[in-house]
Design a protein around this ligand. Structure first.
Ligand code: AMP
Length: 421
């Protein structure tokens, strides 16, 4: 029997049952971006290879090792590369179609496949999908905040609510000069112990050393001075204004001095969205400002900010949160027959507070009720017996282990909602 064909490593098939979740994500992405005033663009899947060398950056992982490049069939012709990211193609599209002549600030969104030659694992593929925005033509820090707020809203609308938003500032060209020296001074004494890649990057682009995934280098880099400590006054003000904007938009965030984005073009604001539901590959997406890129690509000097999100990662987080939401918050358990109506009363009070729960209707033993609680995937058992009844309380027992608590119903509601510990 000949082997049946298999898909190439790092690619995925989306069979019919996977499609509804994709459609939901794509619908929400389009709706939210349009509501924020972004218009859709569809650049080609491949671009001239030189575009990525000039924008993504010669010393980045993407350009050094991850591009799917097809040589030209014409003698001396230029090779093309399947896009490893959207930003360079979208900026090229803006310049080539002279979109900045029509409007001072152009706000665009995109969604589609991208290609990187990576070592595949869960959440990391060679063909994957991104959606995102590029807003070009403004230096306003509120625009940085707006892109973050749009991403946050998309996640919430598809049911991803427990993600973290971390922001940082890498500063402008002026700050980079100061920071480059600070970083070199930190690395130089130990340069010989760094990996070969880092030693090469030290001279060519010392910032890239901070992206190194080699564990020993990563550990050393923990102690490196952060870019945000080298900010000039204007960049500091910008960063503070981004934070005020996020406050006004109601987006919860944390400042994380360790964020450095792995692409060359970032200036000032950088940010990352992550989810603990994703395991090792925990980044949902990221972005930031890239004020120098448009000018560097031959366009006008224009401030710009954008982000890219990984669709597969968002879909994994969606599926995991949906599964967690299917779990019951509680199972009400009567310790004895006389307490069944009290267990029912407690269940009704909790349901009235928007908690999901069930109870036994067969007057079974407490042990059997606890088994049902387990089978139903309840997060807590809420137990009532004569002792609890006498005190006007219930016993709250976390099903996955942890301390049992004797509390009033109001306290139980707060405990179950995670508002009290
Ligand atoms: P980047 O353009 O590297 O900042 O990536 C943006 C987002 O795309 C990341 O935060 C991930 O969610 C996603 N992503 C990056 N690389 C991969 C990959 N190889 N497979 C799946 N998703 C990816």
């Amino acid at each position: 029997m000949p082997d049946t064909p298999r898909r190439p490593e790092g690619t995925q098939d989306f069979i019919p049952e996977a499609i509804p979740a994709w459609r939901k994500l794509e619908r929400v992405v389009g709706e939210v971006f349009e509501r924020y005033g972004y218009l859709e663009v569809r650049p080609p899947l491949f671009e001239n290879t030189s575009l990525f060398h000039k924008s993504t950056g010669e010393t980045t992982d993407i350009v050094e090792k991850q591009m799917f490049t097809v040589p030209s069939r014409a003698e001396g012709g230029e090779s093309v590369t399947f896009r490893p990211e959207f930003t360079p193609g979208v900026i090229r599209l803006i310049l080539e179609n002279q979109l900045l002549k029509q409007k001072p600030c152009v706000k665009l969104w995109y969604s589609g496949p991208v290609f990187r030659y990576e070592r595949p694992q869960k959440g990391r593929y060679r063909q994957f999908h991104q959606f995102g925005v590029e807003a070009v033509g403004s230096n306003d820090p509120l625009l940085d905040a707006e892109t973050i707020a749009a991403f946050d809203q998309i996640l919430r609308r598809v049911g991803v609510t427990d993600h973290a938003v971390r922001i940082n500032s890498m500063g402008c060209g002026e700050c980079h000069g100061v920071y480059r020296e600070a970083l070199k001074a930190f690395i130089a004494p130990n340069l010989a112990s760094y990996c070969e890649n880092c030693r090469r990057r030290f001279d060519r682009n010392v910032f890239r050393v901070l992206d190194c995934k080699v564990p020993a280098d990563k550990e050393r880099n923990e102690k490196a001075p952060p870019a945000v400590d080298s900010l000039c006054a204007a960049c500091r003000t910008h960063f503070e204004s981004v934070q005020r904007g996020l406050g006004a938009a109601g987006v919860a965030f944390a400042v994380d001095k360790r964020i450095v984005r792995g692409l060359d073009y970032y200036t000032r604001t950088v940010y990352e969205f992550s989810s603990t539901r994703l395991g090792a590959q925990d980044a949902l997406g990221g972005g930031g400002r890239y004020d120098g890129l448009v000018g560097q690509m031959g366009g006008p000097e224009a401030g710009a900010v954008g982000f890219s999100a990984g669709s597969e990662r968002v879909l994994i987080a969606m599926a995991q949160e949906a599964e967690a939401a299917r779990k019951l918050d509680f199972y009400a358990v009567a310790a004895d027959d006389e307490s069944r109506v009290d267990a029912f009363r407690a269940a009704q009070a909790l349901r009235g507070a928007d908690l999901a729960g069930d109870l036994d209707f067969e007057a079974r033993s407490m042990k059997a009720q606890m088994r049902s609680a387990n089978r139903a995937g309840a997060k807590f058992a809420v137990i009532v017996g004569s002792e609890e009844r006498a005190q006007g309380r219930v016993r709250v027992k976390p099903m996955e282990g942890g301390e049992e608590r004797l509390v009033t119903l109001d306290e139980a509601i707060r405990l179950l909602k995670g508002e009290a510990r």
